[in-house]
Each structure stands twice: as structure tokens, then as C-alpha cells.
Design a protein. Structure first.
Length: 281
């Protein structure tokens, strides 16, 4: 399959935002903010550990009324509210399982909140989990095109940025090989290169400053600094307290799905250290 010879209008036009569910937009949102979240709650449901999908299906089709399927609920986020000003670098910190990745996926519209509203103003590019948005059977070049379309660029705009994206990634010799043949380092290089070279209004980074070799880390940090100095909005999620302090003016601390500290990054990091020392986390 050659995506570059496809003349379908889908590839020649920007993806439309007309299908965005209006119930996730904050009413009366301020023009001074790039992101506003109001009482975001996310609840996941799963079968009990003693119930398998196969057993549940058999009980349903055999009308086994004596067998009750127990549905368990897990609240990953509960009443999370915050706002990020345009041009601000905002940090999100917290232990594993705090709800950070779930919150980012909601911001990126990968999943919908169970309750609450959110407004995102401007184009958004995100680098979340390793390989997110990449199709393993397609080449690096084809995945650049697909990711660019998902981010709202036209095919013409993506093609104009190809050389810059490939050059930054440093994997030019492998760009026409399938992603499934890439090492984790190569995949994260390409992911980061796409994310930062589409010139978004908002850049979301989830634990990416510690990936790759020393040379690529230095190049990545320099590009992030260019974003910050250029007045772009950046959301940085990291366990690295030094990164939060170095880049973020404001931050919030998540713990067990809720916000326990929010404000100046120094104050939030100090609270995180207090909790770590008290072994509450």
C-alpha cells in the first residue's frame, strides 16, 4: 500500500473537528487559557477476578440466572480541575498509578471522561506512550504522514516538513523500513521528531526527556526550550523533579486520581518530596 499515491480527499484535506463531542467543552472558557479542565472524572469497569469473558458469555446465552457477573469499578480520576495559560509550561507529577497518563489521553481526546468538561484551544501535538499512533506494518515515512494527518495537517503541509522531521530523528537510513523493525530508541526518536516539528500550539510530553542517547536527549531538550521561549504551551509529565523545576513555572501533583497540590512548581515538588519521605505514596 502506497499512501503517497492515494488521491482520496481524506489525505489532501485537514481532519475536521466537527465530530468533537460538545459535552467535553467548558462553557464560558477564557481566551487566556490554552487548556481548561473542569471536574474531570474517569471510571473504568472490569469483570471480577473470578469471572472470565468466556464464562460471562456462556452464562448470558444459557440464561443462567443463578450466576451473577460482578462488575468492578475503578476510579482513575476524580474531580480533577485545572487550567493552563497560553504560553505556559505546566508540569504534572505523581507516582505510578496516580492517573497522569489517563488524564493526558483525555486531553488528547484518545478517550472520553466519564464526567466533567474540558476545553483545548489551538492545535495539539502529544508524545505519550512509546509508539503511540504508529502502525507497525507501515514504514517510518508512511507513519509520518498518518501522524501528521491525525494532528490536523494537510498532506501538502506534511510533505513540506518531511526532510526536517527525518533529519531531526536521525534515522534517515531506516525511514523506509517497517516500524516493527525499529528498536525502541528509533521509534521514540521518530515519535518525538513528528511531535515537535508539526509546530503545534500545545505540546504534551509524557516521560520523554530521559529516552534515547545523550546526544538525542540534548537535542530534544534544546527543541523543548525553543518551544518554551517561542511562547508555545507545553505540558510536561515526569517523575524527574529536576525537569519539572527546570522547565515548569506551574505544576500539579496527582495522587490516587486526585489533585493534592497545585501552584508554583517549587511548592508542588516540595509537597511531592514530603509525601515521599512520609511514605504515603
Amino acid at each position: 500500500m502506497n499512501l503517497f499515491n492515494n488521491t482520496n480527499n481524506f489525505y489532501d484535506n485537514k481532519l475536521s473537528d466537527n465530530n468533537i463531542n460538545n459535552n467535553i467543552l467548558v462553557k464560558n472558557s477564557s481566551s487566556n487559557y490554552a487548556i481548561e479542565a473542569e471536574n474531570i472524572t474517569k471510571v473504568f469497569k472490569r469483570l471480577s477476578s473470578h469471572t472470565t469473558l468466556k464464562k460471562a458469555f456462556i452464562d448470558a446465552i444459557t440464561f443462567n440466572k443463578n450466576k451473577q457477573v460482578k462488575i468492578l469499578k475503578f476510579t482513575a480520576l476524580k474531580d480533577v480541575s485545572f487550567a493552563v495559560k497560553k504560553g505556559e509550561t505546566f508540569g504534572i507529577i505523581g507516582p505510578n498509578g496516580a492517573g497522569k497518563s489517563t488524564l493526558l489521553k483525555i486531553l488528547c481526546k484518545i478517550m472520553k471522561p466519564t464526567a466533567g468538561k474540558i476545553a483545548v484551544k489551538g492545535s495539539l501535538s502529544a508524545l505519550l506512550e512509546l509508539g503511540t499512533g504508529f502502525h507497525p506494518e507501515l514504514t517510518g515515512r508512511e507513519n509520518i504522514l498518518i501522524n501528521g494527518l491525525i494532528l490536523g495537517l494537510s498532506k501538502k503541509e506534511i510533505l513540506a516538513k518531511y526532510d526536517e522531521i527525518i533529519e531531526f530523528s536521525g534515522i534517515k537510513d531506516f525511514i523506509d523500513e517497517p516500524i516493527k523493525t525499529y528498536s525502541s530508541g528509533m521509534a521514540i526518536r521518530l515519535s518525538f521528531s513528528v511531535a515537535v516539528n508539526v509546530n503545534p500550539d500545545i505540546l504534551i510530553l509524557d516521560e520523554v526527556l530521559a529516552v534515547g542517547d545523550a546526544e538525542f536527549q540534548a537535542k530534544s531538550k534544546k527543541r523543548i526550550e525553543e518551544f518554551i521561549n517561542g511562547g508555545r504551551t507545553v505540558i510536561l509529565v515526569s517523575h524527574d523533579k529536576k525537569s519539572i523545576l527546570s522547565y515548569c513555572s506551574e505544576a500539579m501533583l496527582l495522587h490516587k486520581g486526585g489533585i493534592i497540590a497545585k501552584g508554583k512548581s517549587e511548592e508542588v515538588v516540595n509537597k511531592y518530596e514530603e509525601i515521599e519521605q512520609a511514605k504515603i505514596i
